[in-house]
Design a protein around this ligand. Structure first.
Ligand SMILES: [Zn+2]
Length: 229
C-alpha cells in the first residue's frame, strides 16, 4: 500500500482558492478513472526523502494515467527513461542540449530528464510539493504526446500540462493513495510564483503562463478532472 502524506500540497489548494476557482479538497464526485484501487498501487516506498519522493511522484502519476487511458479504452505509453542530471550534464533532446536548473519532457525518445540538484534544492527549501508539481507537469507533456498535441502557442501546451498535473494529483488523493495535509504555506507560495513567467508575453516560444494563469489551470484540473483540461 502506498500512502504518501504530501506536506505542503494542500496549500496549493488554499492558494488557488484565493483566485476564486478552487475548492479546498478534491470534489467528492467521481471522475473517470476513479475506480476503486483499495489503496494498492504498484509503487514502492513511502517517499520520505528526495529520491523516494521523485520516484513515487513518477510512479503514482504514471499509474493514474495508465488507469485513465485504460478506462477510455486506450493504453498509456510509459516514458522510456527518467533521467537525473546535474548542471550541463543532461541528455540532448532532438539535438538541443539540456540546460541547468530545468526539468523537461523530450518527445524524441519519449523521456523525462531533470536537474536533480536543482529539484532537490527546491525540495529542501520549499517542501515536497515542488516534486509533486514538477514531475506530474512533465508527465502531462508525455500524455499530450499520446493525444492531440496541436497548440498554436507554447503557453497553451504548458497550461494544459499544469491542468493535467492538477487532475492527476486530485485523482490520486481521491482514490486514497496520496494524502494531503497543510504544510509550509509561504515557501510553497514562493515556489509557485517562481514557476510562472515574470512577464505576460504569452506568445513567445518558451512562455509558460503567468503565476496566476498557472494556478488557474492547475485548479481547473484539480477540481474538474482530466476532461476539463
Ligand atoms: Zn512544461
Amino acid at each position: 500500500m502506498t500512502r504518501r502524506v504530501l506536506a505542503a500540497f494542500l496549500f496549493v489548494v488554499f492558494l488557488v482558492a484565493s483566485c476564486g476557482t478552487l475548492t479546498e479538497s478534491p470534489p467528492d464526485r467521481a471522475q473517470p478513472g476513479d475506480a476503486e484501487s483499495g489503496g494498492r498501487t504498484p509503487c514502492e516506498g513511502a517517499g520520505d526523502d528526495f529520491p523516494g519522493d521523485v520516484a513515487l511522484a513518477r510512479c503514482l502519476t504514471e499509474w493514474f494515467w495508465a488507469r485513465r487511458f485504460e478506462q477510455s479504452g486506450g493504453a498509456y505509453r510509459p516514458i522510456t527513461r527518467f533521467v537525473a542530471y546535474e548542471g550541463n550534464g543532461g541528455p540532448d533532446c532532438g539535438g538541443q542540449p539540456a540546460v541547468p536548473e530545468n526539468a523537461f519532457y523530450c518527445p524524441y525518445g519519449h523521456f523525462i530528464a531533470y536537474d536533480a540538484a536543482w529539484l532537490e534544492a527546491m525540495y529542501d527549501q520549499m517542501g515536497d510539493g515542488a516534486v509533486y508539481v514538477v514531475i506530474p507537469h512533465e508527465l502531462g507533456h508525455a500524455v499530450q504526446a499520446q493525444l492531440v498535441d496541436d497548440f498554436r502557442f507554447n503557453v497553451e501546451r504548458e497550461l494544459q500540462a499544469d491542468c493535467y498535473a492538477g487532475a492527476a494529483l486530485s485523482g490520486l488523493i481521491r482514490v486514497g493513495v496520496l494524502g494531503a495535509e497543510q504544510g509550509d504555506e509561504e515557501e510553497l507560495l514562493a515556489n509557485l510564483e517562481a514557476a510562472g513567467d515574470p512577464t505576460d508575453v504569452w506568445w513567445t516560444p518558451d512562455a509558460h503562463g503567468s503565476p496566476e494563469l498557472r494556478q488557474q489551470y492547475f485548479a481547473r484540473g484539480y477540481n474538474d478532472g482530466v476532461g476539463a483540461c
